[in-house]
Structures are given as C-alpha cells and as structure tokens.
Design a protein around this ligand. Structure first.
Ligand code: ADP
Ligand code: ZN
Length: 859
C-alpha cells in the first residue's frame, strides 16, 4: 500500500473546487477518511491521483459544524509524484474495514451494547441519513429510558427483534473510531465466561471505553507553491522585488526545511519574525494553512539512547528459539518462562518481539503495575524507539484515543501496559508477553472480573499465536499447567553471568521484641537490619525497605477494654494515617478522627498499634537523619505522573532508602541496591485465604530479587514472627520447586485451585437477614442443579453460605458461596440457570449478587 499523508504543498486550496465529479459509485475498494475542514479535504483529494477516471467523491460531511470528516470512495489510487508524503502525517487514513466490506450499506437496525449492569444488547433503528455509515464496533448515542446513553454497535440487521416501536439511535460519535470486530468477539466471550453484562465487557475491551473524545487539532503553515519557488530560489531568481526582509526570512526558512509544515508560533520563534507577518503571508496566499492533528504525549521519555540486542546465553537461546518457532509457525502455544529475577527473561522478550516485528507483526507486553512501566517502557524504547506505546488506566481518554490513532496509523507496533493493554487493537498481533504472570493485579476486582492472562490466552488461541508467561515465582495454576503439559516450561536456572542470588537471612522478631522492648525502632527494625542499613549508607549504596501495608499504624486500640475502632460501614479495622491525622477505611474511604476516649467503654485511652509504611518512614527518618528517604505507596503515588517522578529520582541516585509497599517489590532493576529489608514478612500469612502462603512466598522472592543486581552481592534481611513457616523458609533459599510441591499437596487435600476450578458468589444486602436468606436460597438452587448433573462432574460442590471474611462492606452484609468443580463449562451452565431463576425472584437493587469466576482473593 502506498504511503499516504499530508497534502502536497503545491496544491492550492482554490483550484481544487471544480474537480468533484459526482459519478455513480462503483463497489468501493478503498475508503479514505479525510481529516480537516471541507476545503482542506478537497485540497488533499486533488493532490491524489486515481486510476479509472479520476476520484469518485461523495460529499459526505458527517458533522457540518465541525467539518471534520469527509468520506471518499474510489476504486484504486496512486499518489501524485511530486508529493513527498510522510507516513506519520495523520491527515489521511484508510479505513481498512471498508476494504473488507464490513461497512453496512443498508441495514436498518443496529444492536447496541450499553454500559449498564443489565442485559445483552438493545435494538435501535438507524435513521435514513446514517444508513451505511455505522459499522459494527461504532460508538453511538441512543435514547435509553429518558436519557441519552453511549453504546457500541455489536450487530446489524434488517429485521426488528421486537414487535413494539423501536427507537432511533441519535448519532455516531468519535466518527473515525470503532472497536475491532475480533475484540467484540473477545467481549462476548468475557460476558459469557465472567457472567457480566455485554455492555460492560465491550466498554472494557474498547480502547477509549464508551466515551466521546476528539483529536487535538493544530494549524500548521507551509508554502503554497513550493515547487516553483524552490526552482526559482535554486536559480537565483528569488526573491522577487517588494518582498520584505521579514517575509524573505520566513520563506527561506521553509525552503531550507523542505517546506515541512510548521506551527505559526514555532515559525515565528525560529525566525524572530512577528506573528502578524506570518498571518499576512497566509492572507496573501503565499502560505497555506493546514489543519492537522497533534498527538497528546504519554508521560514517558520518547526515546532514550538506543541499545543493541545482547548475545544470548545457551539457556536463553533455547527459550528464544522455541518462542520464535511457534510464532513463525502461527501456532497457539503457551510458554512458561521460569527464571529467577535477573536471569535474562526481558532480553528474551525483546529479541522475540524484534523477530515478530521483522515479520510485520505486533506485540503486547503486560506488566503487573503501572509503577513499573517507566523502567520497562524505557527498556523497550531503547530497543524499539517510538514504536513503543504505553497503555494503562491512568492515561486520560484523550491519550488513549491518540494511542489508538497511532496504532491504526501504523506508528506503534508494541504496546507495554498494565492489565487493560491486553485489549490493544492490533490487527496483526504476533506475540503476547505477560511478565510476572502470578501477580494479582492482572485480575480486575470489579466487573468484568477478568484475568488478563486468561483473556490473553483466549485471544492468542483465536489468532494462533504464542503467549509467553515470564516469572520467577509462577502462580500455582501456571506451574501446574506446565507440569501437566498444557504449557511448555522453559527454564532459566541461573542469573546472567552466574551472578549469585542474594544472601537471605531471617530475623525472629519475637526474640527481638523481647530483648529490645522500647525505643524509636522497637518492633520495627531489628538490630541486624539497622546495622546493615548503616553500613550500606556509609558505602554509598541504596537500600530498599519493604512493608506491604500503607498508613501509619494498623489500628486504634483501647488500652482498657481492648476495643478496636472499626469502620461504621464495613467490617474492617480502620487504619491510622498520620498525614491526614485520621483513621481511614481502605475499603470504602470513610474516615474519622481518633477519639480521645474509647467510644465503647468511654474511659480507656486509645493507643495506636501495629505498623504501616508511614510509621516506618518516621522511625527510619529518625534513625538515619542524613539519608534521603522516599516512600512509595498508594498514598504517595496518587497523581498520574507521580510514579514517573519517583522513578526518575531513584534511578538518578537522588534517593538512598526506598521504602514502599508491593509497588516496589516487582521489576525494579537497580544496580546500586545491595540491601533489601523486609520489615514484616507475615502480613499476608494472616489473611483468611488459601493463597496466603503462595502470596507470601512470591512477594518475598520478588523483593529479595531487588538486591544485588549490580556488581556487589546483595543481602536480604527478612523480619518475621514465623521463621519456621514453609513459605518463608523456602523463600530464603529461593527454592520454588520445594515450595510448589508442598503447596500443591495442600491444595490437593483441600480441593482448591489449581486442582479445582472455583467460582465465588457473594450475596449482599443492607439487612443481614436478607443477605443470608437469599444466599441460602441461591445455594439451594445450585445444589439442586448439581445433584441433577452429578454424573457430568462428580467433583462439584458448593460451600457455604458463610459470612465473607469482610462480612460488611459499604453498609452491605455479605454472604459468600464457594462453588467448585472440575469442568468449568458444566459449572457455568448450572450457575447460569440458577442465576436466571434467582434474578427473576429477587429484585436487583435490594439484593446484590457478585460472581467472581476464578477468584484471586477470598475477601
Ligand atoms: P529478568 O527479566 O529475568 O529479571 P533481565 O532480562 O532484566 O532479567 O536481565 C538481567 C540483566 O542481565 C540485565 O541488565 C540485562 O541487560 C542483562 N542480560 C540479559 N541477557 C544478557 C546476555 N545474554 N548477556 C549479557 N547480559 C545480559
Ligand atoms: Zn468502610
């Protein structure tokens, strides 16, 4: 396909008017979207040459006021020779679906999915003027009850589905945007698999959700008659008389820059000529104004210095070749790349992606946490420059839209991002990489409660492409799948250049507290850790301190009656935040002051007990007043760019001690970090969740992996009250396999995932009786269905209802059922029929039912 782009500057706006023949339209082969105002679009048109009797043009301004779209049909076209068009110039784009004939010509009805907590899709009539202009995937405004809502067209038809009156849809929005049909398929699968409304799934797969958004326009100027002025200039016949010195400066600048369109303000600055001179040149026709698009930047540095592929070591080479072979064969295959931190996994991703790109394919790289993206993006941009785009939920809708446009214009071939980047609308996707596959952040906690890894597998299977799951501590599910041959296990047993793994030592905090009951750091920092920090600081090295709980203290406790202050709306203890001087609920956001006296016994003093990152920060700052300390947790990384600022500070060596929650446990690759201190290894172990040991093991291994990635061997000090626990013991020796063997045995005995599939159901209501009663009813319905289907999956069971570990949340009591079995499709069938009956019997607003398929936590 020829390059297309900016109008040829030699074309004058006025001359093109006459050339718009309205001949009958043959079957369209190509469809162009011309941006800009009506006149500008015609300038571009006139600069394109078409075979077969010139352009066939249909005047079809979608939006007369904004004059942004113009649709052109033609059979074939060629670019005019004199036009040096730049590919990245976004003024013209081909609607590739038109070539596939996906655009509806005459359909009268559209099925529209709306972002509502109910239903599938709703049928609307397409008004006459819009017929043939609304493809599947288009975003539209429709009347719903008494308001206008935005939805996405998921189907077109000529027949009404209902007999009552069908309303007209009102308009198409973001007229150049559509959700790719393969992504709509994925949304349909999600709605089915995760029991969520289709509209929610569609909003989730759509790069811009169901939002209205515009491109950011910018006016540029260029010479109107570049070719002839250039000729005269070359032959010394320019400038003509009566050209002022200032005009000459402007025009010479444009000649010297090959007439690259430029913003008037920039031109004025570069030539030190006032804006009015430029405006007058436009008025006189010497310069033409071109309206164009300006992309909203993401927050990441564009392209730091380039780097080259490294020579792979033998283990890396084996993995790399296996991945490339599957990719070249167009084979769906899942690789579990198991290697300790620093074993060179990322280098394999980079090289496998480079191969895919060479073949004209595209790649998605998922990372678990946006706090990590700066470093990963930097690494990818070093290799692939600005073809790397970034996608995550903290981007604005405008930024997401612009990324979508850059993807569609072919400027972005690789997207690095968090969970939602799995929906990147690439049309030639060749590889999906999921780094730190075990992380819980890949699972969305509200509807649709999808797991990005599982969605990636489904997407890859449909496309016939490989998926690489890279991890030092794979989830039990994935390692189990590798053990039974569903995934291909690739192992990197050593760190690069056989760099030793850090030495991990445990400190038993119960002894420590006994020997050192008071003082600034009592119960927070052991003497070992304190001494080690002092040594590293003296040597000019960096230290990471890790504690997976934000806030200052855990809770407020009455010293007399032992009452602890709970949230009024949720069944959880409130966490004290010192900066706000308040007790806060981490679930509903409610907050209150610390009462001077216990609200229950009205006599006891309230004391703040337990630890959080804020408290550690205060203690560390007190002990090491000379050190530069940076705390990273949800409270300090609240703004959109805070994590990039933090990363820049850390990587440029402006920080000595980095203190944070799990945000810093993953992926940070810092050569100067030689000591990692884990303030408390036990927090996750106390959670009522069958995954708590797995979490603890993974987290400790990950944090430990942050140490000693440079020349000096790293050291890790783990403080714990449970030094004998198997998760802690094996994390100390970096022994994943032993941990796996023990843990999988527990799961087998208890019949938990990965040996079983699970679906959690939570019934919530304002009255405790209603919640419990309805949960019992639902449980009964499912049990009845299980009995009727027992021979299809004898392993099916329902546990509960029992109060959920968070028994009350935002004023709603929650009762939980745990449904497990071995055949997900049978389970889904049973649940579907039970739920439809349940829905029928119990009206939505009073009783809320949450379904979590493959739940990641039990709360
Ligand atoms: P992981 O992703 O497993 O943590 P990385 O890919 O980040 O590992 O590799 C760790 C370090 O080793 C990086 O600094 C990387 O540049 C370097 N590295 C990776 N592969 C090689 C290689 N084949 N030769 C030399 N250095 C390598
Ligand atoms: Zn609350």
């Amino acid at each position: 396909m020829p390059a297309i782009g900016a109008p040829s500057p030699t074309q004058c706006r006025k001359q093109s008017r006459a050339r718009c023949p309205r001949s009958p339209i043959s079957r369209p082969r190509l469809l162009f979207w011309l941006g800009g105002r009506h006149e500008d679009a015609e300038v571009i048109l006139s600069s394109l040459r078409f075979d077969g009797g010139g352009p066939i043009v249909r005047n079809n301004d979608y939006d007369k006021e904004r004059n942004l779209q113009k649709r052109v049909r033609c059979s074939t076209f060629r670019l005019p020779e004199q036009c040096t068009l730049k590919r990245e110039h976004p003024t013209v784009s081909i609607d590739s679906w038109a070539m596939q004939g996906a655009m509806s010509e005459t359909h009268e009805f559209a099925d529209v999915a709306l972002d509502l907590p109910v239903g599938d899709s709703f049928q609307y009539r397409i008004p006459e003027p819009l017929r043939g202009q609304i493809p599947i995937g288009a975003l539209v405004r429709v009347p719903f009850r008494n308001i206008e809502k935005t939805g996405c067209v998921v189907g077109l038809s000529d027949r009404p589905r209902i007999t009552t009156t069908i309303k007209f849809l009102s308009q198409r929005i973001v007229t150049d945007y559509r959700v790719d049909p393969p992504l709509l398929d994925l949304a349909t699968w999600m709605a089915e698999y995760y029991f969520c409304p289709l509209g929610e799934a569609v909003a989730c797969v759509s790069a811009i959700g169901l939002n209205d958004v515009r491109s950011r326009r910018e006016r540029l100027v260029a010479l109107n008659d570049f070719a002839s002025i250039f000729q005269r200039w070359r032959h010394g016949e320019w400038p003509p008389p009566r050209t002022t010195q200032q005009q000459q400066t402007v025009i010479t600048h444009l000649l010297e820059t090959e007439n690259t369109p430029i913003a008037p303000s920039a031109l004025s600055m570069l030539t030190s000529v006032s804006a009015s001179v430029i405006a007058n040149l436009v008025k006189s026709g010497a310069l033409c104004a071109i309206e164009t698009e300006r992309y909203r930047p993401d927050f990441y540095p564009i392209a730091p210095e380039a780097d080259q592929p490294l020579r792979l070591n033998p283990a890396q080479q084996v993995a790399y070749e296996a991945i490339c072979a599957a990719s070249e064969a167009g084979e769906f295959r899942v690789f579990l790349l198991h290697g300790v931190t620093g074993s060179g996994k990322t280098e394999i991703y980079l090289q496998a992606i480079a191969r895919a790109i060479e073949r004209g394919q595209q790649a998605i790289v998922l990372v678990p946490e946006i706090a990590l993206t700066p470093q990963t993006v930097e690494r990818f941009r070093r290799r692939f420059a600005e073809t790397v785009g970034v996608y995550h939920s903290r981007l604005s809708i405008g930024q997401k839209y612009d990324l979508w446009r850059r993807i569609k214009a072919g400027a972005v071939q690789i997207v690095v991002g968090a969970r939602s980047a799995v929906f990147t609308p690439f049309e030639r996707l060749g590889l999906i990489v999921i780094d730190e596959e075990h992380e819980t952040t890949y699972k969305q906690s509200d509807s649709p409660r999808y797991h990005a890894r599982d969605v990636a597998l489904v997407r890859a299977q449909k496309l016939g492409i490989p998926v690489v799951l890279g991890d030092a501590t794979p989830s039990l599910e994935s390692y189990h799948n590798a053990q039974c041959g569903k995934y291909v296990l690739l192992e990197l047993p050593e760190r690069i250049e056989a760099m030793p793994l850090p030495e991990v030592s445990l400190v038993d905090m119960s002894e420590e507290v006994r020997d050192r009951p008071s003082g600034l750091a009592a119960g927070l920092l052991s003497r070992n850790l304190e001494t080690a920090i002092r040594e590293r600081l003296a040597a000019g090295e960096q230290v990471i301190l890790f504690l997976n709980r934000r806030g200052f203290s855990q809770y407020a406790l009455c010293m007399r009656c032992r009452n602890m202050i709970r949230c009024l709306h949720c069944d959880v203890l409130l966490t004290y935040h010192k900066w706000a001087e308040r007790l806060c609920c981490h679930y509903c956001g409610a907050e209150q002051k610390v009462p001077p006296k216990c609200p229950k016994c009205e006599q006891g003093e309230m004391s703040l007990v337990g630890i959080g990152t804020e408290k550690v920060e205060e203690a560390v700052a007190g002990l090491f007043s000379e050190a530069r300390l940076l705390r990273i947790d949800l409270d300090t990384i609240a703004s959109r760019t805070a994590f990039i600022d933090a990363w820049q500070k850390i990587s440029s060596g402006q920080v000595d001690i980095i203190l944070g929650t799990q945000m810093i446990a993953k992926g940070f690759h810092l050569e100067r970090v030689t000591l990692v201190g884990v303030i408390s290894a036990d927090l996750a172990l106390f959670l009522p969740d069958f995954r708590s040991a797995e979490r603890t093991f993974a987290l400790l291994t990950q944090v430990a992996g942050r140490a000693g990635r440079g020349e000096r061997r790293g050291e890790v000090i783990v403080q714990t009250y449970m030094p004998q626990h198997y998760a802690i013991r094996w994390a100390r020796t970096h022994d994943y396999k032993s941990f796996y063997e023990k843990e999988i045995e527990f799961r087998r005995v208890l019949q938990f995932p990965p040996l079983m599939r699970a679906i959690a159901l939570i019934v919530a209501a304002k009255e405790i009786e209603a919640a419990r009663g309805q949960a019992q009813n639902l449980g009964m319905m499912i049990r009845r269905a299980i009995r009727a289907n027992a021979e299809r999956d004898p392993a099916m069971r329902v546990l509960g209802p029992a109060p959920s570990p968070i028994a009350k949340l935002r004023d709603h009591y929650r009762w939980r059922l745990f449904f497990r079995g071995q055949k997900p499709s049978v389970m889904r069938g049973i649940l579907k029929s039970a739920i439809s009956r349940f829905d029928h019997l119990y009206p939505k607003p009073r009783i809320q039912l949450t379904i979590d398929v493959d739940p990641q936590d039990m709360l």
